[in-house]
Design a binder for this molecule. Structure first.
Ligand code: AMP
Length: 191
């Protein structure tokens, strides 16, 4: 069983690449951002709560996010493995994910970080916002806040996974197929 985390700043291509990885290794793709957006579309209580944070580019509180993630994993007890996209984003989330997976006799196999320069990400996000209509992609100050959330709260996870020898970096710039080839190679060489 392979359980992967795709890690990277907003706009680094986690969602796109997760779909490629999911197809190749037959994994369940769990994107906490997509789950929140679906809840917002369906006007659920969770969606209403998440919206107030997401609109500003702030992280949604750990407690809510973790509960949603665990429920999603529990829906797929026969899975071959999971690809976590946009989760964990804080040390607390990472610690609880490890504990939760161990109760299922599972563990994280590896974390792959997509490396892209912030200036390039801003262009990518603004362009994506034009097509998707995502409010958090259309405003430079919200994008900047998401980078700050990443740098303050998410980047400590690099050392968390390095300490477990589970952290790998992949160049996230270039053609999407080239990037997925780099990811596949990293997985196949290190799994
Ligand atoms: P994403 O689609 O991964 O860029 O996530 C969009 C937004 O959803 C983020 O800016 C956060 O507000 C929220 N979000 C997604 N995943 C998480 C998470 N693991 N922890 C907290 N907030 C999250």
């Amino acid at each position: 069983m392979i359980n992967l985390i795709l890690f990277g700043k907003p706009g680094s291509g986690k969602g796109t690449q997760s779909e490629f990885v999911k197809g190749k290794y037959d994994l369940i793709h769990i994107s906490t951002g997509d789950l929140f957006r679906n809840n917002i579309l369906n006007n659920t209580d969770l969606g209403l709560l998440a919206k107030s944070y997401m609109e500003k580019g702030d992280l949604v509180p750990d407690e809510v996010t973790i509960k949603m993630l665990e429920a999603e994993v529990n829906k797929h007890s026969n899975a071959n493995g999971f690809i976590f996209d946009g989760f964990p984003r804080t040390t607390v989330q990472a610690e609880i994910l490890d504990q939760f997976l161990s109760t299922l006799k599972l563990s994280i196999s590896m974390t792959i970080a997509l490396e892209v320069d912030e200036n390039l990400l801003i262009d990518r996000l603004i362009n994506r916002g034009k097509d998707s209509g995502r409010a958090d992609d259309q405003d430079r100050s919200k994008i900047q806040n998401r980078f700050e959330e990443y740098n303050n709260k998410t980047s400590p996870l690099i050392n968390y996974y390095k300490n477990q020898n589970k952290f790998f970096e992949v160049n996230g710039v270039g053609d999407v197929n080239e990037i997925s080839a780099r990811i596949f190679k990293t997985i196949d060489n290190n799994i």
